[in-house]
Design a protein around this ligand. Structure first.
Ligand SMILES: [Zn+2]
Ligand SMILES: [Zn+2]
Length: 176
C-alpha cells in the first residue's frame, strides 16, 4: 500500500497514524523466495515538519521461513522493524533521509510504498548466512547424514577444502 506524503504536508499539524498490512506473501533475496511465516501490520506514524520534510516512524515484526544453509533444517528468521527518521522530499517527489542523501527506493511521487520500505529493512537485516546455529556441523557430503545428530563414519578428508589445503601444505613440506 502507498501512503500519500503530500496529504501529511497539506494537513500541517495533524499528521497521520495508520496500520498497514503487508501485501507481499514472500520476500525475494538473492534469487531465493522466503515465505512470511508471520507479518504484523506495519504501524506507521507520519508527522509534518515542513513543506519538504516529514517525520516517519514505523514499527512491525516479521518472520521468514528459511533453511539452514549447512544442514537444510527449517529456520525462522525474525525481523523487528523500528524506524524513526525524517524524510526530506525533493522537487521530483522522491525523498532521502535527513542523515543520508541517497534517494530512497520506496518514495515516489510523494508517496511512501510500505511494502517497498519493509522489503528494504529486511534486506538490510538479512543474515550473511542462514544457520540453525553457529556451530551447525552440516550434512555429510558423502552420504548426506545430518552430522549434528552424530558421526556417520564416512571418509570426508578429501572433500573438505580446508582439510585438503592443510594436506597440500603437509605434502609441500615433505617435498622440501
Ligand atoms: Zn544447520
Ligand atoms: Zn557420511
Amino acid at each position: 500500500m502507498r501512503i500519500s506524503l503530500s496529504e501529511v504536508i497539506v494537513s500541517g499539524g495533524t499528521g497521520k497514524k495508520t496500520d498497514v498490512p503487508l501485501e507481499a506473501e514472500k520476500f525475494l533475496f538473492g534469487g531465493i523466495e522466503y515465505a512470511y511465516a508471520k507479518k504484523s501490520p506495519v504501524h506507521i506514524e507520519l508527522n509534518y515538519i515542513s513543506s519538504k520534510s516529514v517525520r516517519f516512524k514505523a514499527e512491525g515484526s516479521f518472520e521468514l521461513e528459511a533453511e539452514c544453509s549447512r544442514c537444510l533444517k527449517p529456520v525462522m528468521l525474525p525481523f523487528e522493524i523500528n524506524t524513526d527518521t525524517i524524510l526530506v522530499l525533493n522537487d521530483d517527489g522522491r525523498a532521502c533521509t535527513k542523515d543520508d542523501d541517497e534517494l530512497l527506493e520506496y518514495v515516489e511521487d510523494r508517496e511512501l510504498d510500505v511494502d517497498g520500505f519493509v522489503n528494504e529493512e529486511i534486506m538490510i537485516g538479512f543474515p550473511m548466512q542462514v544457520l540453525c546455529g553457529e556451530d551447525c556441523k552440516g550434512l555429510c557430503p558423502v552420504c548426506g547424514a545430518d552430522l549434528n545428530k552424530g558421526e556417520c563414519g564416512c571418509d570426508r578428508v578429501v572433500l573438505d577444502p580446508r582439510m585438503s589445503k592443510i594436506r597440500d601444505l603437509f605434502l609441500q613440506d615433505k617435498e622440501v
